[in-house]
Design a binder for this molecule. Structure first.
Ligand code: ZN
Ligand code: FE
Length: 256
């Protein structure tokens, strides 16, 4: 495995196109827009070697075609015709190896945000698209609260120091919501200080890590008494079980 680093290429208002790179090559995750990727690769003198897609939304795949017209590279993505550019369709339990970098990534199917959403994890990293965000999770466009709970629970089983590369910079607004549920969560309040300072300097708050998410993310904390109580107050009834709690706080967040 060659030495590489992971850098964010910004797209649209708050997307990150995570880019593995060394001195000559790059692989990109979820290139929703080709132009910022091309600009970055040209500026840095890099050739593209692979594209990874977590899910079919345009802000994650919209740049595939233009990148492929310039670089003939494999595209790893889900079994879903809505991403026609995928050349290597993968599912739960598959392992992909990024060419050149020789980095192995394990594939998990993590439905909830969309029905065919994937995550890719390996070498201490997790690329999870719009399923797990720092202190939040994706909207349930094509999945159920149960699916999202199961998907998040699988991600939470990764090692605490796994770096989590999410698709969007949503951290500060997610923290505002999380504080409504757990106003006294010390890890959350400490994170808010750090994240606010980073955003003030226009720096990403990502990657987060699994340990930090377990300590701060209400969607991973659906059995914490304070989260259950807050969700029950919102729902107007005593909620029982993590799926009902997740459903309630996801709906609450949608309207927050
Ligand atoms: Zn999405
Ligand atoms: Fe997105």
């Amino acid at each position: 495995m060659s030495a590489y680093e992971v850098v964010p290429v910004r797209a649209f208002s708050d997307n990150y196109i995570w880019t593995l790179r060394d001195e000559s090559r790059a692989a990109v995750v979820d290139p929703g827009d080709a132009q910022p990727v091309i600009d970055y690769l040209e500026r840095e003198g890099l050739e593209l070697v692979a594209i990874v897609n977590t899910h079919h939304h345009a802000d994650h795949v919209g740049g595939n075609a233009r990148l492929l017209s310039r670089w003939k590279v494999p595209v790893f993505g889900p079994h879903d015709d809505r991403i026609p550019d995928v050349t290597r369709r993968v599912g739960d339990g598959d392992r992909v190896t990024l060419p050149h970098f020789d980095v192995a990534l394990d594939v998990m199917e993590i439905p909830g945000h969309t029905r065919s959403h994937l995550s890719f994890s390996g070498d201490g990293m997790l690329f999870c698209g719009d399923t797990l965000f720092a202190v939040g999770c994706g909207r349930l466009f094509e999945g159920t609260p149960r699916q999202m709970h199961e998907s998040l629970s699988r991600l939470a089983q990764l090692a605490d120091d796994t770096r989590v590369y999410c698709g969007h910079e949503y951290t500060l607004s997610n923290i505002r919501f999380a504080k409504a549920l757990e106003p006294d969560n010390a890890a959350l309040l400490a994170l808010e200080q750090r994240a606010a300072a980073q955003r003030e300097r226009d720096l990403p708050t990502l990657p987060t890590d699994i340990g930090q998410e377990k300590a701060t993310n209400p969607f991973l904390r659906v059995t914490e008494p304070q989260v259950v109580a807050a969700a029950s107050t919102y729902a107007g009834r005593a909620l029982e079980g993590p799926v009902d709690v997740l459903a309630a706080i996801r709906e609450w967040k949608n309207n927050y």
